[in-house]
Design a protein. Structure first.
Ligand code: ATP
Ligand code: MG
Length: 423
């Protein structure tokens, strides 16, 4: 191991729990290693999200050896072990059978570490680590059946075995390649790239839920613009989104804050792909992406609201009154939409930002609690009906514009408006 491989690892509760599970298995006469993404991340000096253990112990043995286990994936050889409050996935070494549903192997056969490495997607994801054997370094000993260490050094993502066969087995691996290459700043090996491009259209057959999850994971990372560029280069954007391919650079997406949420990321991606907001195209896109990415109701609403708020800011802000501006600025979608307007039209965004500062500085602020409630109106002798809501809205507008500044002001205005039949 040389330069690019980290010589230190971060001691976390997850790492300690996994190491303890491995020690317990070892004491019981089994082989057990850290496996997959956690080994890759640790060798790269990154803190793994979670630690997975691979072992020759079978699920019944695991449930006997550990007190707190959950067997949700036991038929695939996966048992969850809870230790010191940390849940670790412990999987029996296995060889996967055919993938007829393109989702899960039809059958799994418990097997050797070597075969377990061979079923994994990319060489850098197929490494094992024996944390107890520190003779070679503080991490432990790396066990590499597939040339993963050399690829890790070169920062290359390469399919284990024949790329065409591996892509054909599970087309989702194409998206995993895009996501991991962006996240790790790795290049995708030429033969793997070629296989992904050849199989790009087959992605349409993968479950929309799995596709959506991969896109969510891509968007959750600061490298999202890189991922989107690679998606388009490999011809994967069309099957992912159910649209024709667009290779325009994702410059709006590239300027979002690292922690931007899914809705604003998708909205930025849509704009980068040439969406004209404020047209029926927006609604059509939301419907299309909802099914293409299996968006939840909240995710769909967030995307839709942001896309609708952009033209409201861009076309109407200057002509809106104080109450309408405050109302708009208090909607969930406003700050995300504003971030996108900022990239599209900096001078307008500057004006909006100044206006917002003065709106916030008003005594009532942006979204005060209403001075007058429905109960107050009933107390005044008004009977609930269709006009009620209109009256309350009018009173709230008056409050936002500071025409009323107390509950008494509000009650007086309520009687006036109700009496005049104006509402
Ligand atoms: P992340 O850091 O995003 O979690 P990861 O590589 O750990 O990346 P996981 O989905 O947690 O990804 O999977 C753990 C391991 O399981 C992978 O490192 C890989 O060895 C294997 N794996 C996951 N998905 C596939 C797949 N579709 N085909 C083959 N092997 C897979
Ligand atoms: Mg993982």
């Amino acid at each position: 191991m040389s330069g690019t491989i980290a010589s230190q690892f971060t001691d976390t509760p997850g790492r300690r729990a996994a190491a303890e599970i491995i020690a317990t298995l070892r004491d019981a006469g089994h082989v057990a290693y850290l496996a997959g993404g956690c080994v890759r991340d640790e060798l790269l000096g990154r803190v793994p999200q979670d630690y997975d253990v691979a072992t020759d112990a079978t699920p019944p043995v695991l449930t006997r050896l550990f007190r707190k286990t959950s067997e949700v994936g036991a038929s695939f050889g996966v048992v969850l072990v809870k230790l010191h409050g940390v849940v670790t996935e412990v999987a029996t070494f296995r060889a996967d059978g055919a993938y007829t549903d393109k989702r899960r192997p039809d059958e799994v056969r418990f097997s050797t570490p070597e075969e377990d490495a061979a079923r994994r997607d990319f060489t850098v994801n197929a490494l094992f680590l024996d944390p107890a054997d520190t003779s070679a370094g503080p991490h432990g000993r790396v066990i590499d059946f597939v040339g993963g260490l050399a690829d890790l050094e070169r920062k290359v993502l390469r399919a284990v075995g024949d790329p065409d066969a591996r892509l054909a087995e599970d087309h989702l691996r194409a998206l995993r390649a895009v996501r991991l290459s962006a996240k790790l700043s790795f290049t995708i090996d030429d033969a793997t790239r070629a296989a992904i491009t050849r199989h790009a259209r087959d992605l349409a057959g993968v479950s929309r839920e799995r596709i959506g999850d991969e896109i969510r994971a891509m968007m959750a990372h600061a490298t999202r613009a890189g991922a989107v560029t690679t998606l388009a280069e490999l011809g994967l954007d069309a099957p992912v989104l159910g649209e024709t391919s667009r290779t325009t650079p994702p410059h709006i997406l590239a300027r979002l804050r690292p922690e931007a949420g899914l809705g604003v990321c998708l909205a930025a991606w849509a704009l980068d792909r040439g969406l004209e907001v404020g047209t029926t195209d927006s609604q059509l896109l939301v419907t299309r992406w909802r099914s293409a990415l299996c968006l939840s109701n909240d995710e769909r609403a967030s995307l839709s609201n942001i896309l609708q708020t952009i033209p409201t800011i861009e076309r109407k802000w200057d002509s809106l009154g104080v109450a309408a501006r405050k109302r708009l600025a208090s909607t969930d979608a406003f700050s995300d939409a504003y971030d996108l307007v900022f990239v599209r039209n900096t001078s307008l965004a500057g004006r909006v930002s100044e206006d917002m500062a003065s709106l916030r500085a008003t005594a009532s602020g942006l979204s005060p609690d209403p001075l007058v409630s429905g109960d107050d109106l009933i107390g005044l002798g008004l009977s609930p009906g269709p006009g009620f809501r209109v009256l309350l809205e009018a009173l709230y507008d008056a409050q936002l514009e500071e025409r009323i500044v107390s509950r008494d002001d509000g009650l007086r205005l309520a009687l006036e408006l109700a009496g005049s039949g104006g509402v």
